[in-house]
Write a protein that binds this ligand. Sequence first.
Ligand code: TXA
Ligand code: MG
Length: 359
Amino acid sequence: METKIYKLDHHAIDHEIIEKAAAALRKGELVAFPTETVYGLGADALCPAAANKIYAAKGRPSDNPLIVHIARWQDLLYIAKDVPEEAEKLAEAFWPGPLTMIVNKNEKVPYETTGGMDTVAVRMPSHPVALALLQESGCLIAAPSANASGRPSPTMAEHVAEDLNERIPIILDGGEVGIGIESTIVDLTEEVPMILRPGYITGEMLEDVIGEVQMDPGLIAEDSAVKPKAPGMKYRHYAPKADLKIVDGAKDAVISAINALTKAQQEQNKRVGVIGTDETAALYGGDLILSMGSREDEDEIARHMYRILREFDESGVDVIYSESFATPRIGQAIMNRLLKAAGHQVLMAQQNNGGSEIV
Ligand code: TXA
Ligand code: MG
């Protein structure tokens, strides 16, 4: 199948293109489109055959449910069995925006969309192209991130094309996304609302609006027997081809530890990548050194992470050492994704008299 890529300027959206994409959605076809978080791969959420096409195109396990994107609050009432009062408060505070809420579904939502679950994930995106597509099609749009399963989420239309070229008919290219990390998921079907995936909207921001919120123990447990509640969080994900390790510790110890590790690998003829920041990149001696941006600007770090992981895949490095990014606000989401990409391999660097050591 030929994949058509249409460029859209979000300040002046070409309505003819949106109409074409909307018509495809209504016919049960797939359309990739930008959201403020990452690119999504959309299909009519209430049509089982259309939802099935998403799993086939991505190579996604069929028990991994999809997020239903909506443009109006009434659309949530249309597909939810009951709407907890927290949903209304959170929608008021954060929709349209990077927050997904899980509620009990009614019979209108097919099990193909929810991966067999009786709950449904719902989000109202704020990206003008996403909203235009929702409004024009009149569909509720099921959309996971528009990457092939197991690859980093796409933050540019080029990433979607890399993974899904000739597997989907239409990609709407709205340029690089603003946030770069997937939405926060909060489950409102629990007694106490629970964060199943950290994102741009932090636990503190949610608590300011609805009171106590807990974190899924499956996200923080070292013990791999404690499974995350969002099926998608249990899969190995966002994994670059090279062996990625995170080096944590004080700044100077990290820099000298990464340089020592790099040297040891290069002596064994391995090609080494390093993930640093604008403040540190010049201090490393690897084969490919990429900066996530300034440590002062955590939004920039979030926006660059997935593109950088993809660049390492292109470059053919064998090993990647990354600085740690437990920054104050969105840092929890950044580290959650980076730890998954690294298969939770973290080395602690400590300064000693001669230089540094891994402890
Ligand atoms: O920012 C985002 O959320 C992006 C854009 C496109 O909106 N979408 C996205 O979708 O990240 P996806 O499919 O890549 O991730 C959805 C996550 C998966 O981990 C899935 O298991 C979880 O949400 N999920 C969906 N429905 C669920 C449900 N009913 N219960 C628990 N987890 C659910
Ligand atoms: Mg995804």
